[in-house]
Structures are given as structure tokens and as C-alpha cells.
Write a protein that binds this ligand. Structure first.
Ligand code: FAD
Length: 615
């Protein structure tokens, strides 16, 4: 019988990141997945990143994860979203060549030490003395381990819907995972149903590109990985078309035939990624919606029409797609569809993403009620690091809300649960001025170095950058102007008598690094990458000083630990509703308790008083 420290089930975005993270920690790791060649498959859109999501990818990269590296290798169009807004809300995004992404993930997986891919279906979990002890495969083979990470995506009891037709499937072309889903049910895990959808895929050769608007990538592309400086393959443009009143009429007339609207699906769908049926109903006054035509690869004619996911019957899809400009003669290569699947209520997990009721069992990705590759990968990283830490007898690896979007997501999931597929947004982070995509390495690589999950290449690159940042900052702090001198150089500053350094001048939105370098020529020695980063840090430096008090208050609440057996029913003055909610969420800190839906300052004071008593 084979033995591993960690077994990861599922080779999607959560699974690959989890397996790599565990292996980087030094744990002997197996990645068990249904089909080896499907490792890193993108089930839906051929793109990585975006607002909030791009932040997650940078954070994964800062921990030496693989998603950013693979996305850079496969990126065929890079755009920094919200470029005109402040760096805090800018999100890197890349259109990816599906084949190149899969290839990159396969190569990275083959090169990773301590990591073995096992092709097979996990059908059962081995539990000994209440602790996870292994996984059983469909061919009867048993693999022993200390920790298991389940990342089965949309596969648990997956059902595909197209119009009034439905059939079992994990995604198009893959069978669902049924025995494992049954086993999770038998283990009494809190399960629910969710749904999501995808658009039809089009034959690019049958699109009239000549009459469509074209959208190129950025002139100065922003990479995901802190290790990469520029795109690695040829770059392309996307096309843009629009739905129109005819499209909307066709969809309206056929709403009852849609799986989503025909009552064939019980699961809840993502409000933030609405199907085209949803858009027509919810935004009834709009006469047009933008549709991005995204090529799926450099040597692939398949086109992904972003914005029209659907579960209408195939013949209706043909009709409405062809009503759009440039698509009059388009051929559909694969129909759009909806998928419904089981998920586990993430309030049953702790902040390591381990099931509280089943030691050794970790869950990550769509199985926890999230949607999106980036959300899945970020959870995979957390679960993989912690599954390895537990197996190797090391301390848990924690991500806090004050430090990372990863911490925000994990905390949201385990304290609030989900009512619809959870997606990351910058608005979910209370400290978004400090949690920027550009500074993810400064925030998280020190943690990665401390826990020992970083390659030599990354370590050297990070330390060299930090050294240059420190030297650049010191140089800027040494260049000082009085208000009078600043005004004589044409800068608009108050006559407040305050001497300011070149660094603090950069917190004025209309003063640039180049302006400063004109006054202090020695600053020209600072390279463009470092000066750009220093300028971003300087822009927010004053806000961050003000934010520190709020961060300290949150950290104080996080320091109050709530024991697992804390009895909310014994707290007189707490409403029955809150007793139930807190009992279900089992927050592990006072801070987490405060974020459980409906918890008031008065309720928190009661909990705090009880915690003080038992100290
Ligand atoms: P997946 O990428 O689904 O990977 C699961 C892996 O587990 C697969 O490799 C599978 O082979 C393996 N597996 C499953 N069961 C077993 C088993 N028993 N034994 C061994 N291996 C197993 N995201 C968005 O952000 N927006 C969208 O609009 C969107 N639409 C989607 C539409 C559809 C139809 C689908 C299928 C997905 C959509 N997604 C969307 C979601 C996106 O694909 C997922 O969020 C992401 O892939 C989740 O990653 P994951 O690693 O959790 O699971």
C-alpha cells in the first residue's frame, strides 16, 4: 500500500495549488485526479484574474504558488483593469490560451519535487480512530495518508442542464463524482446545492471580425508573477459585439424553456455572473449588453463569447447568437449549459479549511460554495499548506483579513457561509488600501519564507527587490525640500513650514517620481520597477498610518480566542437567533464572532465578559 503525507483529490485550480503548496512545504504529496491530461483545465472562461481575483493571483504568487506563473506562460492578452483609478483597486487580468495553460500546469507539476500524480477516482475516505487515514480509489486501491484535501469542483452529484434536457456530468465531457458525494452525505457533512452556467463556444472562422470593434491588450502589460517582466507568447486582440432588441425578444419568448427559468434547477446561482436570461429579466429596461469575443488560443479557432452564459435549448442558442452583429452566420461548436452540484457549508471549516468535525479532512475550491478559478486556487493554497503543516507536525498557517485577500475570503466563508456562489471583490476587504495587488510580495513573501515554502529562485528575487526598495526609500527620504523650495520648483504645497522628503511629496497625487528626479538627479539611479513601487507605497502612506488604529483594533479582537466548546446557550441576554447562528458558525475568535451575520456590539460584549470570566 502506498503512503503519502498529503493526498489532494482533484486536479482543478484548487487541487493543483493545494498539491504544489503541500509539496513545497516538504510533504510527500499525491494528486489524485480523474484524468491526468485534464489537470489545469479551465471549465469556463479562458481568462485569469480581474478585480479582486487578480489580487488573489498575486497573493498566491507571493507565496510561490503556481497559478500566476502558469497564467503568464499562457497569457495572450494582458489588461490591468481600473487603470485610471488608484492602484488599490486595479486588477491584473489575462486572456489565456487554454492549451498553453494546461501545458504550463502539467510542466510545473511534473517538475515539482515531492509531488506524484495518481490517475483515478477517489470513491471513499478511510477514517481510523476518528482521523483521516487515506483514500480508496474506484479500482479498489487504498492509499494511506495523514491529511486529505478534497477539491472536487462542480463534480459532486453534478447534473448538466440544457433547456429541458439534463444528464449527470462533472462539466461538459466529464462524468460526475457520485460515490464520493454519497460518502460525504453519509458522513453527515452539511451539504447544499448550487449552480453555475457557461456560454456556447463559437467557431471563430465563422465570425465576421471585419465589422466588429477590436480590443487590444495594454501597451505595457502587467504580469501576474513577480518573477516575470513581459509576456512570453504572441499577443492578440479580442472582439466586441452587443446583444440587441431582437436578441432580447428571442430570449424573452423562450424563457420558459431555459433550465434556469423552467424550474429544472433547485440550486442557487451566482448573482454576480448572471446568465443572459438573468440579465434580460433583471435589467428589463436595457436594450443591449456588451459581449466580448475572446479567442481561446493562438492555434485554436474556438471563441468564448463572454457575457452570454445560458441554459436555453440549443436551437434557441443558435437563434439568439446569430441575431448579434458579426455573428449572423456563426457556428456553435459547443452549446452553453448550466451545471448543478453539491457543496459543503464552509461554516463547518476552521481557518485552515479543515473540517472541524473531521480532523485531517480539508476542503478547497468550488466544493466550499465559491465560484472562480482564482478563489479556488487561493483556498487550495491555504488547505495545502495547512494539510502539510499538520502532517509534518508543524504550526498552522494563518492568513488574516488585515494581511491579505486570501484571509478575507477564508474568514468570510467560515464565519458567514454562502447563500450563493461566493466571488471575490475588492469591496469585501476593509483594508484594501494596504492589500494591493502591487504589494502582495511585500505583504506575504515574508510569511512564505518563514514557513519554508519558497524556491531559491523566488527567495533571491524577493531579497534583491527588497534591498533595492530599502535603498531607494532611504535615498528618497534623504532628499528634502522646504515649502518655499518646493514652490520655487513649481509644486503646489501649503506654506506650513513642514520640510518634506521626496518620498512624502509622492503622496500628492499631482507630483510624480519624474518630477522629483528632476529636482534631485541622484534619484535617477533608482530603476523604473522600484521607483514605480515606491510611488505606489508613497501614495497610500498617509492613509495607512490612519488605518493602523483600525488594524490594531481588529488584531486585538482576533487575539481573544473562543474555545470550541464555548456554550452560547448559557449566555443570558443573547437572543435565540444569535445563539443558533453563533453555535453553527463556531467562531474561533471574538473578531470572527463580530462578523457573523446579525451579531451586535451588545452581543459581543456578552461574549467578551464570559471570556474574561474564564481567563
Ligand atoms: P474544478 O476546476 O472543477 O476541478 C475539479 C477537479 O476534481 C477536476 O480535475 C476533476 O477531475 C476532479 N475530481 C472530481 N471528483 C473527483 C474524484 N472523486 N476523484 C478524483 N478527482 C476528482 N467560474 C467563474 O468565475 N465564473 C463563471 O461564470 C463560471 N462558470 C462556470 C460554468 C460551468 C459550467 C462550470 C463547470 C464552471 C464554471 N465556473 C465559473 C467555475 C470554475 O470553473 C470553478 O470555479 C473552478 O474551476 C473551481 O475550481 P476547483 O478546483 O474547485 O474545481
Amino acid at each position: 500500500m502506498k503512503h503519502f503525507d498529503v493526498i489532494v483529490v482533484g486536479g482543478g485550480h484548487a487541487g493543483t495549488e493545494a498539491a504544489h503548496a503541500a509539496a513545497r512545504m516538504g510533504a510527500k504529496t499525491a494528486l489524485v485526479t480523474l484524468r491526468r491530461e485534464a489537470i489545469g483545465v479551465m471549465s469556463c472562461n479562458p481568462a485569469i484574474g480581474g478585480l479582486g481575483k487578480g489580487h488573489l493571483v498575486r497573493e498566491i504568487d507571493a507565496m510561490d504558488g503556481v497559478m500566476g506563473v502558469a497564467a503568464d506562460r499562457a497569457g495572450i492578452q494582458f489588461r490591468l483593469l481600473n487603470r485610471r483609478k488608484g492602484p488599490a483597486v486595479q486588477g491584473p487580468r489575462a486572456q489565456a490560451d487554454r492549451k498553453l495553460y494546461r501545458q504550463a500546469m502539467a510542466d510545473l507539476t511534473a517538475q515539482q519535487a515531492n509531488l506524484e500524480v495518481v490517475e483515478g477516482e477517489a470513491v471513499d475516505l478511510v477514517i481510523k480512530n476518528g482521523h483521516i487515514a487515506g483514500v480508496i480509489l474506484a479500482d479498489g486501491a487504498e492509499i494511506e495518508c495523514q491529511s486529505v484535501v478534497l477539491t472536487t469542483g462542480t463534480f459532486l452529484h453534478g447534473v448538466i442542464h440544457i433547456g429541458d434536457k439534463s444528464y449527470p456530468g462533472g462539466r461538459m465531457g466529464d462524468r460526475p463524482s457520485v460515490p464520493l458525494a454519497d460518502r460525504l452525505k453519509a458522513l453527515n457533512l452539511p451539504l447544499g446545492r448550487l449552480k453555475t452556467g457557461t456560454p456556447p463556444r463559437l467557431n471563430g472562422k465563422t465570425i465576421d471580425w471585419s465589422i466588429l470593434e477590436s480590443q487590444p491588450g495594454d501597451d505595457d502589460p502587467a504580469m501576474f508573477s513577480f518573477l516575470n517582466k513581459k509576456p512570453l507568447v504572441r499577443q492578440i486582440s479580442c472582439g466586441i459585439t452587443h446583444t440587441n432588441e431582437v436578441t432580447h425578444q428571442i430570449i424573452r419568448e423562450n424563457l420558459s424553456r431555459s433550465a434556469m427559468y423552467g424550474g429544472h434547477i433547485e440550486g442557487v446561482g451566482p448573482r454576480y455572473c448572471p446568465s443572459i436570461e438573468d440579465k434580460i429579466v433583471r435589467f428589463a429596461d436595457k436594450t443591449s449588453h456588451q459581449v466580448f469575443l475572446e479567442p481561446e488560443g493562438l492555434d485554436d479557432d474556438t471563441v468564448y463569447p463572454n457575457g452570454i452564459s445560458t441554459s436555453l435549448p440549443e436551437y434557441v442558442q443558435h437563434e439568439y447568437v446569430r441575431s448579434m452583429r458579426g455573428l449572423e452566420n456563426v457556428e456553435i461548436l459547443q452549446p452553453g449549459y448550466a451545471i448543478e452540484y453539491d457543496y459543503v457549508d464552509p461554516r463547518s471549516l476552521n481557518s485552515s479549511l479543515e473540517m472541524r468535525a473531521q480532523p485531517g479532512l480539508y476542503l478547497a475550491g468550488q466544493i466550499n460554495g465559491t465560484t472562480g478559478y482564482e478563489e479556488a486556487a487561493a483556498q487550495g493554497l491555504v488547505a495545502g499548506l495547512n494539510a502539510a503543516a499538520a502532517a509534518l507536525g508543524r504550526e498552522q498557517v494563518q492568513f488574516s483579513r488585515t494581511q491579505s485577500y486570501i484571509g478575507v475570503m477564508v474568514d468570510d466563508l467560515i464565519t458567514r457561509g454562502v447563500t450563493e456562489p461566493y466571488r471575490m471583490f475588492t469591496s469585501r476587504a476593509e483594508f484594501r488600501l494596504s492589500l494591493r495587488a502591487d504589494n502582495a510580495d511585500q505583504r506575504l513573501t515574508p510569511l512564505a519564507l518563514e514557513i519554508g515554502c519558497v524556491s531559491d529562485v523566488r527567495t533571491a528575487a524577493y531579497l534583491a527587490k527588497q534591498e533595492a526598495m530599502d535603498a531607494g526609500r532611504a535615498l528618497m527620504e534623504a532628499c528634502v525640500l522646504t515649502p518655499k523650495e518646493a514652490i520655487s520648483h513649481g509644486f503646489k504645497v501649503n506654506q506650513d513650514g513642514q520640510r518634506r522628503s521626496a518620498f512624502s511629496f509622492l503622496s500628492f497625487p499631482d507630483i510624480t517620481f519624474d518630477d522629483m528626479a528632476r529636482v534631485f538627479p541622484e534619484l535617477q539611479d533608482i530603476g523604473p520597477e522600484i521607483s514605480d513601487q515606491l510611488a505606489k507605497d508613497a501614495l497610500y502612506a498617509n492613509y495607512l498610518i490612519r488605518q493602523e488604529r483600525d488594524i490594531a483594533a481588529m488584531q486585538r479582537d482576533e487575539a481573544w480566542k473562543i474555545p470550541e466548546d464555548f456554550d452560547y446557550s448559557g449566555l443570558s441576554g443573547l437572543s435565540n437567533e444569535l445563539r443558533l447562528k453563533l453555535g453553527k458558525a463556531q467562531p474561533s475568535t471574538l473578531g470572527q464572532a463580530g462578523r457573523v451575520d446579525g451579531v451586535t456590539p451588545a452581543a459581543l460584549a456578552l461574549i467578551l465578559a464570559k471570556l474574561r470570566q474564564s481567563r
